[in-house]
Ligand binder design. Structure first.
Ligand code: ATP
Ligand code: MG
Length: 425
């Protein structure tokens, strides 16, 4: 029988890699806590209608990237392609948004049927923040500051760039759409099939085209900033002023529209030039219309999502010599049946007394020599050795595996624990 393999674009994450994941995920959760955000968890599967309404019918995600299937009762269901829709749905369903300002974070797998390549997968992971009920740019500023702090902690602040744009209010956007339709209609012979279709369904999306043949046309298209109302302009200026006072560098990018329909006013991306075409590490902005669109009262909303795979690729790329692998603290070398039994008990006692230690027992037999070899291969700092002699005298030997200067000692288990308490701190 042939070996079964994972689904294309859905990755196993092996122990060597999970150390990086845990490192990043722990930092995400700790920082979120620092900023007063609380975790929310919502299902991986939702009604397809939710994503159609929120992400937008005429977006790449809904048109061609969702995993959609019929439930047994005939409902159309989809694996979540992103987190914001489910988050808003959950908050509305449980009345959270009506209770005033909410600061929430989520983390988990998302699914999109895209062509797999480095940094682009069919199952990938996002960490995101959402804030509801704050109508000033204070919300955007807080979340951008969060990301800047995050990148600085990880030591990749020089590898990322903040690109910023404002999509204005719905009214501004309508004016702008009209101008785009005028412009692109005048060049309709140059539009590819996707863009020609978008001209009638969702003209803003043409700006988002990844087709290199469209680039010249897109570069010369009307600019959003010329259609922003004074109010939109002044709140955008306010955000930029705050970012300046935070000393967070950014670039204005008037072509940034984002691949989801729910954004208005501020949109941004943190990008890197080090991951080729998959350069967007984090994307977010304001989406004031979404809560209402999903049946709630009009509510200000701002959020972002980090692509964890891309973030880790960038981290590993930048810090090639750094690896958050966990090394073993104590390895029990146990020769003989009695020693194995006694070792099991002592390892449990050690774990109870020193919970910070990583303790492994030799569980596959072998001579002293082969067991020490294993301990060494795992990078253990200390070996605790039990053989016939130790068992007979009710003592244990502590051997320093990373320090040749220090001689091994043999004494009662309690004294070894005392010594380890001093040495391992
Ligand atoms: P892209 O332009 O690269 O397709 P996007 O605009 O579709 O990204 P969002 O929907 O805004 O991305 O998702 C936020 C972040 O999630 C992205 O910036 C990226 O880091 C990550 N991401 C999105 N799609 C994928 C994917 N298929 N595989 C891995 N990460 C992804
Ligand atoms: Mg995409």
């Amino acid at each position: 029988m042939s070996l079964l393999q994972a689904i294309r674009g859905m990755n196993d994450i092996l122990p060597k890699q999970t150390a990086w994941w845990q490192y990043v995920e722990t930092l995400c959760a700790e920082l979120a806590h620092q900023y007063g955000y609380r975790e929310i968890r919502f299902p991986l599967v939702e009604k397809t209608e939710l994503f159609k309404r929120s992400v937008g019918e005429v977006t790449d995600i809904v048109e061609k990237e969702m995993y959609t299937f019929p439930a047994r009762n005939g409902d159309s269901l989809s694996l979540r392609p992103e987190g914001t829709a489910g988050c808003v749905r959950a908050c509305l369903e449980h009345g959270l948004i009506a209770r005033g300002v909410q600061r929430l974070w989520y983390s988990g797998a998302m699914y999109r049927h895209e062509r797999p390549q480095q940094g682009r997968y069919r199952q990938f992971h996002q960490f995101g923040l959402e804030i509801y009920g704050v109508d000033s740019v204070v919300a955007e500023a807080e979340q951008i500051a969060f990301m800047w702090r995050f990148f600085n902690y990880l030591g990749i602040q020089d590898q990322v760039k903040l690109e910023l744009n404002s999509l204005g209010s719905q009214q501004c956007r309508q004016l702008y759409k009209d101008a785009l339709v005028d412009y692109f209609s005048g060049h309709s012979e140059k539009l590819d099939d996707d863009c020609a279709r978008r001209l009638t369904t969702n003209p803003l999306r043409i700006l988002d085209s990844k087709n290199p043949d469209m680039q010249e046309l897109v570069v010369n298209a009307p600019k959003f900033e010329d259609y922003l109302s004074d109010e939109s302009k002044s709140s955008f200026a306010k955000l930029r002023k705050i970012l300046d006072s935070f000393h967070i560098p950014y670039e204005l990018n008037s072509r940034l529209v984002r691949g989801l329909d729910y954004y208005s006013h501020t949109v941004y991306e943190w990008t890197t030039s080090e991951l080729g075409a998959q350069g967007t590490i984090c994307a977010g902005g304001r989406y004031d219309k979404l809560v209402e669109l999903l049946g709630g009262k009009p509510t200000s909303a701002v959020g972002f999502a980090i692509g964890i795979e891309r973030l880790i690729l960038l981290l590993q790329n930048t810090h090639k010599d750094r690896s958050p692998t966990v090394s073993v603290d104590v390895y029990f070398v146990l020769v003989g049946e009695d020693a194995l039994h006694q070792g099991l008990l002592l390892a449990e006692r050690l774990r109870a007394e020193m919970p910070q230690l990583n303790v492994i027992i030799n569980s596959q037999g072998g001579s002293f020599k082969s067991q020490f070899k294993r301990a060494d291969k795992l990078g253990a700092r200390f070996a605790l050795v039990l053989g016939d002699e130790e068992i007979k005298q009710d003592v244990i030997t502590l051997k320093y595996l990373r320090d040749n200067e220090k001689a091994q000692v043999t004494m009662a288990f309690e004294q070894v624990v005392e010594l380890l308490n001093k040495e391992a701190s």
